[in-house]
Design a protein around this ligand. Structure first.
Ligand code: SAM
Length: 312
């Protein structure tokens, strides 16, 4: 098997500007900054798990450490992890071992927040953002879905999980919400604060990963998770979100749906069709839609889920 050095992005998809994560061994290709998907059909059936290491193989921890050190130092590169594969090849690492390491990296990327931190620090510290999603790789304007979902809702306390550069947090603050935005990327939080200041609004920005952040109890009127890589496949996390809301408080959720034809890397948490509704079964589902369209991340042809849920 060959590591895919130049991933084929589906027609119409936006470029993955910051970095493209390629894990041919694991059968996943994920547009880094986009969380977009670029499946390699022949590989999309392959399991997410890395094969067991062979005797004398570099340990998973070592694979991750070497990768993340390289990733941190690497310049943003549209070929993304293709460059890492090339680097390993340059170091005479055999192709099969490169495949194995990519499997390990993909698996650990989903559970080690420093992966997202490094990726999104690269995404949001770029000074050359144009505001044009087809060039930047993501939309800088607020999520239309979120704006529509809170229209007419009396503003209260809002928590924006994975707020990125604050396009949604700032829109909520402008609409009168008292907003706290959380993100594992310090560059994201800094950009969100800059964008809030430029818009003449306040928001509280917290640099934290989801596991470490105390969501509180009965604290929020709204929790927004917009392409947030939030681990909604973990019942304990959904329960933390539920407990953090005031009674009647809303969850507004938008993300990719993972399908066999268009899978996503595990860290994107793109649940299969119908699974997001199931994950929020303890809520009143106010609206739920899965459709194919243009994602604010991912661009045209994205499989998307949009849900509003209310704490009972
Ligand atoms: C695709 S971006 C979406 C940003 C923003 N919500 C938007 O729609 O523009 C995903 C964001 O989630 C953040 N993120 C990913 N994993 C995280 C984690 N485990 N803890 C906190 N933030 C995380 C990333 O740093 C990034 O800013």
């Amino acid at each position: 098997m060959r590591v895919n050095m130049s991933p084929k992005v589906p027609a119409g998809a936006w470029p993955a500007i910051a970095v493209v994560l390629i894990a041919a061994a694991a059968g996943f290709v994920a547009g880094g900054s986009l969380g977009a998907q670029a499946p390699t059909p022949a590989l999309s059936q392959a399991p997410a798990q890395a094969p067991p290491p062979t005797a004398g193989a570099v340990s998973d921890d070592q694979v991750w450490r070497e990768f993340i050190d390289w990733f941190r130092a690497a310049p943003p590169d549209p070929s993304g992890l293709g460059a890492y594969a090339a680097e390993l090849a340059r170091r005479n690492v055999p192709q099969e071992e490169i495949q194995r390491r990519f499997g390990v990296i993909m698996r650990l990327f989903a559970v080690k927040p420093e992966g997202a931190e490094v990726l999104y620090d690269k995404t949001f510290n770029r000074t050359a953002l144009t505001g044009r999603p087809e060039e930047d790789g993501f939309a800088s304007v607020p999520s239309e879905f979120l704006v529509g979902a809170v229209k007419g809702v009396p503003p209260g306390r809002a928590l924006d999980l994975g707020m990125g550069q604050g396009r949604n947090a700032v829109a909520l603050a402008k609409a009168g919400w008292a907003v706290t935005g959380v993100d594992v990327s310090g560059e994201a939080v800094a950009a969100a604060k800059r964008n809030a200041a430029a818009a003449g609004v306040d928001l509280e920005g917290v640099k934290s990963d989801y596991a470490s952040f105390d969501l509180g109890r009965g604290a929020w009127d709204l929790v927004a998770m917009i392409f947030a890589w939030a681990p909604v496949d973990e019942p304990a996390f959904v329960e933390r979100v539920r407990a953090s809301l005031k009674p009647g408080g809303l969850v507004v959720f938008e993300n990719f749906v993972g399908t066999p034809e268009r899978p996503h890397a595990p860290m994107v948490r793109a649940l299969p069709p119908g699974a997001t509704r199931e994950a929020f079964a303890g809520f009143e589902i106010v609206s739920y839609e899965e459709s194919t369209g243009t994602g604010d991340w991912g661009g045209p042809g994205s499989n998307l889920v949009r849900m509003v849920a209310r704490k009972k």
